[in-house]
Design a protein around this ligand. Structure first.
Ligand code: GLC
Length: 561
């Protein structure tokens, strides 16, 4: 394919195009200080592990000062480190260690909302309606006779309404209930007004701040949410997730958002090589999602299509085909992801009965992972097959900490330990995302499985069998499968294309990369014949039992040229 002209001729300018990116959720990765919260020195100390794993980059979820109303996605100060996680010096040391290990660093930037403790929001609360301080957020008068009703029917993503009324601190109504402010997520996450030039300028400053400290890229949180139509009367939108594909939604995926990211690209291109960026944009329409990924904007956008698909040959093949074609059309490379800090781990998703919906998954979590019974053996087998299917594809693969250990969701966390705002804002009807955020098990026999101090979310006993040291050097372990795959991947990822060798409806999906590497995935529950012309002696990696002339059930094979 033709790679679009880059403003840079730097040999490293396209490093992200086929990178394997490992997501670190810092509070749950590794705790060097022993307070039960993972930290930046903890991440630095694990650089040897990450390097041996064979990843190309790490992406750190927010480590900024925060009250943790939403796990750090409620940012108090965009240009600092939460003291519980370290200091700016610790950050610099982590970047240096990472670069020494040949690993790039991506940080999360959260532009849709700040925390309610941010100095600008505090100033807005302390100022009167109509003041310049309020203009950086979305404040509005309520409806009803006395403004007692929210300005619109918009719900929050985490349950409940998206507006909270303040008690005025200044102006003629001081001491009385007054205006409302918008928060599409938790109450503690007021949405910024991106029409405000100071908001735009401040994020450019933040991008430069981290870029100057050596980060190589940015993951952009809720990228599709920044531009909003706040013209009165506000339009009704009782269900946030229903979007249309023409940019006319009042809250998400509006065309104006692209002006913002064109401006960001200008900042990112001040560096050589230019800084990479990936949009988190839950936009279901590929043609619109790809606008975020254009070379004139962020360069890449997450596609969550495989993550949302059942383990099914036709679905996987169709999604991969579509995403590759569309990524090429935009000049981006595709992204792939099965697990992250927001979803039930894929080894557990695939363990549920076929045909389970998102509602079934939520009900299963609420039942502590008991109803319906999950087939964990099958879940992990499918997860490993899916991962090898993905790691062979052209594009960037995003891996979530712990998936290389074959971790399942911790579905039975004690209710008293739950922290996700979803749990509270839905009056305990939706369990939320804590089950994929439990601190990692490093050592089978150490206290807290070698994580550090008593973890902020309790680890289950079964973590012992998944501990990194219990899998190290063990043939067939999930950790060794990831290491082998990531090692071979460096040979396999050359030209960004592939040829499909199977029929779209076949239960075995088969593709070949231009350098001759082949990937075969059997999505069926029974072994399948090796397709004619394929030499089983060339198998170098299997996600399941060693192949003996067949493609075993729910298994991916990699064949060297
Ligand atoms: C993104 C993050 C998620 C967070 C939300 C609000 O979706 O991935 O964890 O809760 O944005 O910032």
């Amino acid at each position: 394919m033709t790679v679009p002209a880059s403003p840079s001729t730097h040999p490293d300018a396209g490093w992200w195009r086929q990178a394997a990116v490992y997501q670190i959720y810092p509070r749950s990765f590794s705790d060097a200080t022993g307070d039960g919260i993972g930290d930046l020195p903890g991440a630095t100390a694990r650089m040897g592990y990450l390097s041996a794993l064979g990843i190309d980059a790490i992406w750190l979820s927010p480590f900024y000062p925060s009250a943790l109303a939403d796990g750090g996605y409620d940012v108090d100060d965009y240009r600092n480190v939460d003291p519980r996680l370290g200091t700016l010096d610790d950050f610099d040391a982590m970047v240096a260690a990472s670069h020494d290990a040949g690993i790039k660093v991506i940080v999360d930037v959260v532009p849709n909302h700040s925390s309610n403790r941010h100095v600008w929001f505090q100033a807005a609360l302390g100022s009167a309606p109509g003041s310049p301080e309020r203009a950086r957020y979305h404040f509005a008068d309520g409806l009803g006779v006395n403004g007692e009703l929210p300005p619109s029917d918009w719900p929050s993503h985490f349950g409940g309404g998206a507006w909270t009324r303040v008690v005025e601190q200044a102006g003629p109504n001081a001491g009385r209930p007054g205006q409302w402010y918008l928060h599409l997520f938790a109450t503690e996450q007021p949405d910024f007004n991106w029409d405000h030039p100071e908001v735009q300028a401040d994020f450019h400053t933040t991008l430069r701040f981290w870029a100057d400290r050596g980060v190589d890229g940015f993951r952009v949180d809720v990228a599709h949410g920044l531009a909003k139509d706040m013209s009165l009367p506000l339009r009704s939108k009782p269900q946030l997730e229903i979007l249309v594909d023409d940019g006319s939604d009042p809250l998400f995926d509006r065309d104006a958002v692209h002006d913002i990211f064109t401006g960001w690209r200008g900042v990112l291109n001040e560096y050589d090589p230019p800084k990479a960026a990936v949009a988190e944009a839950w936009v279901p329409f590929t043609n619109r999602r790809l606008m975020y990924a254009r070379p004139t904007e962020l360069g890449q956008a997450f596609n969550f299509d495989l993550l949302q698909a059942p383990f099914d040959a036709a679905e996987f093949r169709a999604i991969a085909e579509k995403c590759l074609v569309e990524a090429e059309a935009s000049g981006a490379s595709s992204t792939w992801v099965f697990s992250n800090h927001d979803v039930v781990r894929h080894a557990s998703r695939y363990a549920l009965p076929d045909g389970s919906t998102l509602e079934d998954l939520e009900a299963w979590l609420l039942a502590g992972g008991t109803v319906p019974p999950a087939d964990l053996g099958r879940g992990l087998r499918r997860a490993r097959a899916a991962t090898l299917f993905m790691l062979g594809l052209p594009g960037s693969a995003y891996l979530y900490q712990g998936e290389e250990l074959g971790l399942f969701e911790v579905a039975d966390l004690p209710e008293a330990s739950l922290q996700d705002p979803t749990w509270f804002r839905t009056q305990h009807k939706v369990k939320g995302r804590d089950g994929c955020r439990v601190p990692l098990p490093w050592q089978r026999d150490a206290a807290n499985f070698g994580f550090g101090g008593t973890p902020w979310l309790p680890q289950p006993d079964w973590f012992a069998g998944h501990a990194a040291d219990a899998q190290d050097g063990v043939e067939g372990s999930t950790l060794e499968m990831y290491r082998a795959a990531l090692g071979w991947r460096r040979k396999l990822q050359t030209d960004e294309s592939l040829a499909w060798l199977s029929e779209p409806a076949a239960s075995v999906v088969h593709y070949r990369r231009p350098n001759g590497w082949e990937v075969l995935t059997n999505f069926g529950a029974a072994p399948a014949l090796v397709p004619s012309g394929v030499d089983p002696a060339k198998v170098v990696l299997s996600s399941g039992v060693p192949a003996t002339g067949t493609v075993p059930a729910e298994t991916t094979l990699w064949l060297a040229p």
